[in-house]
Design a protein around this ligand. Structure first.
Ligand code: CDP
Length: 227
């Protein structure tokens, strides 16, 4: 239950800071919907790969993103499945191929416009936890609270490496860290909606915290607006 009908909680931060796992659990705990906006940029990247787009050609990338319909469906186990034009592409979203290209796609202003519009529509009515890079600064400027989840590059790379280690073709830790560093650099230095904490964001450093502890901390922060 939430008191202020239009409440939205924004969680932003760099790669593998734990936004998805923590955001999903927080949303469940307080009865809010959950949207991982990174999945939308990743889906646009899968579409560009499938279209054989040249990743140096912004028009080809934009055309590929505009040609698809992205749909999120809840799976029975509480996770979300992502479909492009009716085909389930969820298992491809976190591939190394997508990791190393998604920041090129997400830096394109026209693609961001399309995604942000869709995200704002999905937030109508409130009662949503939305995670990404620009939720508190651009997408939902009225979100309350705004949380910026972070940890050192080393911690985050290690977490992502462990999470992905059973995947075929998983690169070594050093490569995971290097891909993540490059992605963070592009995300923070791009002109369109760069990654940065909103002025009124609560910054949560998660290096020495378990997922349970972060969920508890965020629930405490959210208690102000959620009854
Ligand atoms: O899970 P992880 O933090 O590694 O990444 P993600 O949240 O799935 O986001 C993948 C990429 O999408 C990011 O590196 C950004 O380039 C882009 N992104 C963005 O630009 N804006 C958002 N609101 C969400 C993601």
């Amino acid at each position: 239950m939430h008191q202020n009908g239009a409440t939205a909680i924004a969680i932003d931060g760099p790669a593998a800071a734990g936004k998805t796992v923590v955001g999903t659990r927080l949303a469940k705990k307080i009865g809010y919907r959950f949207l991982d906006t990174g999945m939308m940029y990743r889906a646009a990247t899968v579409a560009a790969l499938d279209a054989g787009a040249d990743f140096e050609d912004l028009k080809q990338l934009t055309d590929a993103a505009q040609a698809i319909e992205i749909e999120a469906r809840a799976a029975g186990d509480g996770t979300t499945l992502i479909f492009i034009n009716g085909t389930d592409i969820t298992s491809r979203l976190r591939s190394h191929e997508v990791d190393s290209r998604v920041s090129i796609v997400s830096a394109i202003p026209r693609i961001r416009e399309i995604m942000v519009e869709a995200q704002r529509k999905l937030a109508e009515g409130g009662g949503i936890v939305m995670v990404g890079r620009d939720i508190g600064t651009v997408v939902l400027k009225n979100a309350d609270p705004k949380i910026y989840l972070t940890a050192t590059l080393e911690t985050r790379a290690e977490r992502r490496f462990v999470e992905m280690q059973d995947r075929p073709g998983q690169p070594p830790l050093e490569e995971v860290q290097e891909t993540m560093r490059k992605r963070d650099d592009i995300d923070s230095s791009r002109e369109a909606s760069p990654l940065r904490p909103a002025e009124d964001a609560v910054i949560v450093e998660t290096d020495d915290m378990t997922v349970d502890e972060v969920v508890c901390k965020l629930s405490d922060i959210a208690r102000r607006v959620v009854s």
